[in-house]
Ligand binder design. Structure first.
Ligand code: DGJ
Length: 773
């Protein structure tokens, strides 16, 4: 909803309002961002009231507006040179100078939202308001675009700058969003990480000075995700005001927070100014990516729910909106490069028998690729490994009721490849230094049209070569050796990539594209605009995944998380966790499997088959429900996941380490209807006989050695079943005190009522409203 009167502008979503004002200095300022306002009545009382100037500040106009200083404006954009001494959100120059003073010239309300040239634009915006500002001395125009995603409670903002001067205009920085909030003793929540260690949550108080969350490796990066939250003092997961921000972009980004001595926090989000320089000739314009923001009174989960809905409704490609995702088998951790057709077909047989729906052939199927030093760029099947090529494999899969998918890393090339031998000039390089390699590979320079065409044609060729339903698009090294010839290389690379992706998804709308960059080195709203789901991490250990998924789910929905159950002993940590504990975490998102199915014991097979049946039964909830983290390992020994959808919920309970004297545990759920009675039922899990070690002798008729042949043999065929809690309780009970769960293993006795979780163990509970008779 948009209402305007007397230079006040109210932009509202279902539960939020942003009140903007054109002030006496003809600048746009934010007077309020919070709970929804019905209309503009009462709005004047929200306007910042500083009637006299302050200290060393410069006046806008000493004669007329002596009290008004740009230094204290709650500006929606800021440039240096006219008395605003906070970090500018826009930096530009032409040969006449660097001072630009844009003054308001009018606004326009668009009923149909516009597309941002060359950049992903979320769909489904209800209204778009464009404020224009003119710099009459330097001859330039600035437009601030606000897009209202009403039902999703999100406001999008981007900036457009046009040069109206014969003299070229150089942009050095162009933040997509600037917003000033009155300080509420904010805690900043960011997601930092590294390879196999993505999306750690960091909470810190916002202090005076400037804090930057930034990436420089060419991509949104696993180091600092562009998503962040600002929690007002006292905000928890479920209560209190929280503000959230993100950027629809996949390259270098910068989020800046600057708290001044007069209690204003200035927030900026946008492309990183690092090595950014865009030169605009007369008549040319530049548009930034869109930044998005939301706010809620219902704590971090409230904002998270808004973003989850926004991404599902407005970001992921329309053909995939709400569309169930298949259960995938991916051969990477099982085989790495070591496979042939026989091995793959054997895996397909098992996968199909277990109820898996799509078989993905990962790295190593093409060119001369038998390890990671060869073949990238040569996208023809290696017929020695796969006689008959991809079409014959797809046929084998389809014959067994499986769809077929493939891995590619289209942006990269190995020195040892036909492509590199033919086109060494296509790699990203500065033509001065020896270009650096990562994982033995170079990056193809997607800022070049001919390279874009090659990548597009290569991927298209693969997709047309067989009935391929799924493409995992990998990217295993960051950018380096930026070409000297390009002034905005990082940005142009992204435009090139987006252009290729636009063409591909338009041509193959039914292919499910999965994003991957060594796991999460490029997990962001830009990539999700083309890829409905994303491989989260090369760390498939379930405890680590619990942490990684909780981080991701703060800003992104379940449907975007591709989670695989891998072998019990994790490749990354060598930690051993049961298949059921792995499933308990992987079920929150899009489920897949990545272990050697031919190595499964009869019991493992039964366990996986039961998991798949369970997931299929609850797939909509697991992929499209509203996720809340009710407790997290970052704060204690316990993590609790919840997903709700209509009258249903799924709860995940996880324990880091088994305690010697466990406390009483209650089953707690938020987001249920208070007076509705819910039936709850625990998913029964398998407990390995080996878990009891030598204690098996307390019940065994013959003596058993802990690691002996007999124990191993028995454990491959038989297990113990976990306790199975079931009952009914009101929503109000779940959301306050919780429902009693059975006593946890305490080392003193065991029966079918004892809850044995062990280290890194978990349980799932399904809740459904009881239908009235
Ligand atoms: C990195 C990915 O994250 C893995 O899942 C796998 O696809 C490998 N690359 C293959 O090289």
């Amino acid at each position: 909803m948009f209402i305007t009167e007397n230079n006040l502008f109210l932009l509202s979503t279902a539960t939020t309002s942003l009140l903007l004002r054109v002030n006496e200095a003809k600048k746009l300022v934010c007077e309020y961002y919070g709970a929804r306002l019905k209309d503009l009545q009462g709005a004047p009382a929200l306007v910042r009231n500083f009637p006299v100037g302050q200290g060393t500040s410069l006046a806008v106009d000493e004669g007329q507006l002596s009290a008004l200083s740009p230094d204290y404006f709650k500006s929606e954009f800021a440039l240096a040179g006219k008395g605003d001494y906070n970090a500018p959100s826009l930096v530009m120059e032409n040969e006449d100078g660097t001072v630009f003073d844009f003054l308001y010239s009018g606004y326009e309300l668009l009923k149909e939202t516009s597309l941002i040239r060359g950049l992903p634009t979320p769909h489904g915006g209800k209204e778009e308001v464009v404020f224009s500002f003119v710099e009459s001395v330097m001859k330039a125009t600035l437009r601030l675009h606000y897009v209202i995603y009403e039902e999703q409670d999100v406001i999008g903002r981007y900036v457009e700058i046009e040069n109206d001067n014969e003299k070229p205009l150089t942009l050095h920085k162009a933040a997509s969003l600037q917003l000033a909030l009155v300080n509420e003793d904010f805690t900043l929540v960011t997601l930092y990480g590294s390879w196999a260690n993505e999306l750690n949550q960091e909470r810190q108080l916002v202090r005076h000075g400037r804090f930057l969350n930034e990436s420089f490796n060419g991509f949104s990066s696993n180091r600092h995700n562009p998503f962040f939250l600002l929690d007002s003092k006292g905000t928890t997961a479920t209560d209190g005001r929280s503000y959230g921000f993100n950027l629809v972009y996949s390259g270098n980004h910068q989020e800046s927070l600057e708290l001044d001595a007069f209690s204003l926090l200035r927030i900026q989000c946008g492309v990183s100014p690092f090595l950014f320089r865009k030169i605009l000739a007369k008549g040319a314009s530049f548009s930034t990516p869109m930044a998005v923001m939301s706010t809620s009174k219902d704590g971090e989960n409230g904002v998270s729910h808004h973003f989850q809905r926004f991404v599902n409704d407005c970001v992921i490609p329309l053909p995939w909106r709400g569309k169930p995702r298949p259960i995938v088998y991916n051969n990477w951790e099982a085989t790495m490069f070591n496979f042939d057709k026989g091995k793959l077909v054997a895996l397909m047989k098992e996968a199909s028998d277990l109820g898996i729906e799509l078989f993905v052939l990962d790295d190593g199927w093409f060119g001369s690729r038998n390890d990671d030093s060869h073949g990238l760029g040569d996208w023809q099947a290696n017929l020695k490994k796969i006689p008959g090529g991809l079409a014959s494999l797809a046929k084998e899969a389809n014959k067994r009721g499986l769809q077929f998918g493939i891995w590619m890393e289209p942006e990269m090339v190995n020195e040892e490849s036909d492509l590199y031998r033919a086109h060494p000039e296509w790699i990203v390089h500065d033509a001065l230094h020896t270009p650096s390699k990562g994982r033995h590979q170079f990056t193809l320079d997607l800022s070049k049209i001919e390279v874009q065409d090659y990548v597009y044609t290569a991927v298209k060729g693969v997709l047309l070569s067989a009935p391929i339903a799924f493409l995992k698009w990998d990217c295993n090294r960051p950018l380096s050796d930026f070409p000297a010839s390009s002034s905005s290389f990082f940005f142009d690379y992204m435009l090139g990539l987006y252009s290729v992706l636009n063409r591909l998804i338009a041509e193959f709308p039914n292919v499910l594209f999965e994003n991957c960059a060594s796991g999460g080195n490029r997990f962001d709203l830009g990539m999700l605009s083309y890829f409905p789901q994303s491989w989260q991490s090369d760390d498939t250990d379930s405890f680590e995944r619990n942490r990684i998924q909780s981080g991701a789910l703060l800003g992104y929905p379940l449907s975007t998380l591709s989670n695989h159950v891998s072998a019990k002993t994790s490749n990354q940590l060598l930690r051993s966790t049961s298949l059921d504990s792995k499933f308990d975490v992987a079920a929150f998102g899009v489920l897949g499997y990545e272990l050697d199915l031919n190595d499964l014991s009869p019991l493992d097979r039964e366990i996986i088959r039961a998991q798949i049946l369970y997931y299929k039964e609850h797939r909509t909830l697991c992929q499209f429900g509203s996720f809340s983290a009710l407790a997290s390992f970052s704060e204690g020994n316990e993590a609790r996941f919840e997903v709700t959808l209509g009258k249903e919920a799924l709860l995940g309970y996880y324990e880091k380490l088994q305690c010697p004297a466990p406390k009483e545990t209650r089953l707690i759920a938020a987001g249920l209807e208070s007076d509705v009675l819910y039936h709850f039922c625990e998913r029964q899990e398998s407990i390995s006989l080996k878990k009891f070690g030598h204690l098996l002798n307390l019940v065994a008729p013959v003596h058993l050695k802990e690691d002996g042949f007999l124990v191993n043999f028995l454990a491959a065929h038989r297990d113990m079943k976990s306790e199975q809690s079931e009952g009914e309780a009101y929503g109000s009970a779940f959301s306050s005190v919780g429902v009693a769960l059975p006593q946890e293993w305490s080392g003193t006795g065991y029966n079918d009522q004892v809850r044995l979780l062990g280290d890194f163990g978990g349980r799932l509970y399904y809740l459904k409203a009881v239908e009235k008779a």
